[in-house]
Design a protein around this ligand. Structure first.
Ligand code: BTN
Length: 272
């Protein structure tokens, strides 16, 4: 068994990391550990999926707070059973795993999107429910999954997975063309980006846990890319995006009236 490089002292059989210098693992661990006792940061060169790995660990009873970064994923996952393709040089892929006990889980992915967008750039928009967009192209995606603790059913372990395109990507094979962060932050590198967003991300998750989605609503509204635009729901229904509700549901005006979209199983895209 090899020990992953990073700031933690646990071994999970992962391959050792690339040079630590590129990854400010210890700086991130230090800055977040006051809010997350026992927090570790792990960076590995390759994994199937950081979300899959933390979900496997959670199911095996490992519920410690951890930030797991993979320089390369061989089976990255997106929402709705889709894949997430990325390469080590052109993207940042990580998952934050932690115990969470919010009164209501509605809107968590939107709150995470708000935190990421605000920490990165004023021009980044949010496409309900889980995407960061730049000028009608997809810059980043969020995949949140939860596991329940066998020891305490009320405690859930949340795995917040984030994939961000950093460098230029070709559009072939994407239903929504990709954007990349270096368009906004020329030369930005994965480690710097992670350092920049890790604190705001944890802060937002903790605020969401304590206060719910309400405090994020106006901040989402300010970046909502679907508002007042034609949208097409997954079932083919056409409508106009009319913002979100107080708990983060999407409002769509259709020919048969206002619809409130709650299901994360619905795919929504601006009509061409
Ligand atoms: C989506 O756009 O549908 C969500 C994409 C989420 C991708 C990230 S990359 C890190 C983490 N590990 C995964 O397998 N998926 C998430």
């Amino acid at each position: 068994m090899t020990t992953p490089s990073g700031s933690g002292d646990r071994a999970h059989g992962l391959a050792p990391s690339a040079p630590e210098a590129a990854w400010p693992a210890e700086a991130i661990r230090k800055s977040l550990s006051a809010q997350l006792p026992g927090f570790t940061v792990e960076v590995v060169p390759e994994l199937d999926s950081t979300n899959s790995e933390l979900m496997r660990r959670a199911r095996a009873g490992h519920l410690e707070p951890v930030l797991l970064v993979a320089e390369q994923q061989s089976a990255g996952r997106g929402r709705l059973g889709r894949g997430w393709t990325s390469h080590s040089a052109d993207s940042l892929t990580f998952s934050l795993g932690l115990r969470l006990v919010p009164a209501d889980w509605s809107g968590l992915s939107l709150a995470v999107g708000v935190a990421l967008a605000e920490s990165l750039h004023a021009d980044i928009g949010l496409k309900w429910p889980n995407d960061l967009w730049l000028r009608d192209r997809k810059l980043a995606g969020i995949l949140i999954e939860t596991a329940t603790s066998a020891a305490a059913a009320e405690v859930r372990y949340a795995v917040v997975g984030v994939g961000i395109n950093l460098a230029e990507r070709q559009s072939e094979g994407f239903s929504t063309p990709p954007a990349w962060l270096q368009e906004l932050l020329p030369g930005c590198q994965a480690g710097d980006v992670l350092l920049r967003l890790a604190g705001p991300l944890l802060q937002a998750i903790r605020s969401f846990e304590a206060e719910g989605f309400t405090i994020f609503k106006s901040r989402f509204d300010a970046r909502d890319v679907l508002r007042d635009r034609p949208v097409l729901l997954g079932d083919g229904t056409a409508g106009i995006g009319r913002g979100i509700t107080d708990i983060g549901e999407l409002r769509v005006q259709t020919a048969s009236g206002m619809k409130t979209i709650t299901s994360s199983e619905v795919s929504v895209r601006p009509a061409a």
